[in-house]
Design a protein around this ligand. Structure first.
Ligand code: ZN
Length: 388
């Protein structure tokens, strides 16, 4: 889906160059030998890759006379954030969150737009409107916008740019990249929203410097992004890490996927709400009210949150047992209720994590939807620097 003009093309879209660039992006400024050390590439390979990146203005070398005085002639290089701009958009069930970022993926402008109709056509129209608004803002920066990243929940085929199945939006087989290229006029990358967030965490967040970690999101759905050996894993069918559909109770409530007792059928926001209504017989309007009820000590509501925490804890233990990540980062809008199930998540995780997997560091990180949109922009930067 790349249609960048030759003058803006990234020099040598090889895996090594992409690795060098993202290493400088996450850890820079770095000297060439520090880059070589971190990437495991030879100093000669790094020097060769860095030169055209400096010539094209994507990396800059800082003149540092102190280093020279100390007999270290190699100046550190860093990414020139102001060289280019990118747009990232995250779609939730009822809202679009869009950000304009620089090449360092720093958010320069953020905008929200409500979604009234989840059908592909109106959502595409809303995406186009939001992107146009951000492109207008971009004019003030005087540098080109080189890509658009779109983050959508569900089964997303990034290589083909197709949303295979998104239960939240009720989409199946939507060629979103192709459609958005036509209406937005930018190269488009479409990625699963949790994987997009995972890229942002890997480059700038709690995953920096880790070769193996997972991001587990709780809220409207239960998602999971996996990084194995430094790579965000999509799997052969694009659905790697679907812990929301790990079945933990065959007699449990029915899931949207058609099975019973999935983690998502017990611990997603809508599932919690349904079960609290059932358990208490009360008209609970929304998640905020459900949280209030549980915090006031209503036993039925508290039990439902405790069961949700156990389900999430078992899901995280499954991830730890299968992939052995150094860290699991729990995030998502569901963290607003974290005090109601934190203990159960930790206890269940410890009980089900096998052997050394229990040493995995489980962290919580409240990340606003702008951060997910930033992840979408990060996927656009990824596509720009490497030929997908
Ligand atoms: Zn399911």
């Amino acid at each position: 889906m790349q249609s960048t003009s030759p003058s803006e093309a990234f020099p040598a879209q090889t895996p090594a160059v992409a690795q060098i660039f993202t290493t400088v992006l996450s850890h820079g400024p770095l000297t060439r030998s520090e880059v070589a050390e971190r990437t495991g590439l030879s100093a000669a390979a790094v020097t060769k890759a860095v030169r055209p990146l400096i010539e094209a203005g994507y990396l800059v070398e800082d003149a540092d006379d102190t280093r020279r005085a100390l007999g270290r002639p190699a100046n550190p290089v860093r990414v020139d954030g102001g060289r280019a701009l990118f747009v990232g958009v995250k779609a939730t069930g009822d809202e679009l969150i869009g950000v304009l970022t620089d090449l360092c993926c720093r958010i320069r402008v953020a905008r929200h737009l409500p979604l009234t109709d989840p059908d592909p056509r109106p959502v595409l129209a809303a995406i186009t409107e939001l992107v146009q608004e951000l492109l207008t803002e971009a004019e003030g920066f005087g540098v080109p916008v080189l890509g658009l990243g779109l983050a959508v929940s569900g089964d997303v085929d990034r290589a083909q740019g197709i949303v295979r199945y998104s239960p939240f939006l009720g989409w199946s087989e939507v060629p979103l990249a192709e459609l958005a290229v036509m209406t937005c006029g930018l190269p488009v990358t479409v990625e699963n929203d949790v994987r997009a967030l995972t890229v942002a965490e890997q480059w700038f967040g709690a995953g920096v410097g880790l070769s193996d970690f997972a991001v587990v999101t709780v809220g409207a759905g239960i998602g999971c992004g996996l990084v194995v050996h430094g790579q965000v894993v999509a799997g052969a069918h694009g659905v790697a890490g679907e812990i929301g559909h790990v079945a933990i109770d065959p007699a449990g409530p029915k899931c949207r996927c058609g099975n019973r007792g999935c983690v998502e059928a017990i611990a997603a926001d809508a599932a919690i709400l349904d079960r609290i209504r059932e358990a208490t017989g009360l008209e609970v309007a929304d998640t905020a009210q459900a949280v209030d009820l549980a915090r006031q000590g209503h036993p039925g509501a508290r039990e439902v949150y405790a069961a949700a925490g156990e389900a999430i804890g078992r899901g995280i233990a499954t991830v730890a047992n299968l992939f052995g990540p150094q860290r699991v980062i729990i995030s998502g809008e569901g963290l607003a209720a974290y005090d109601l199930f934190a203990e159960q998540i930790r206890d269940t995780f410890t009980a089900y994590a096998f052997g050394s997997a229990a040493q995995c560091d489980v962290q919580t990180r409240p990340l606003p939807f702008e951060e997910w949109a930033r992840g979408a922009a990060a996927t656009a930067i990824q596509s720009f620097i490497r030929s997908d």
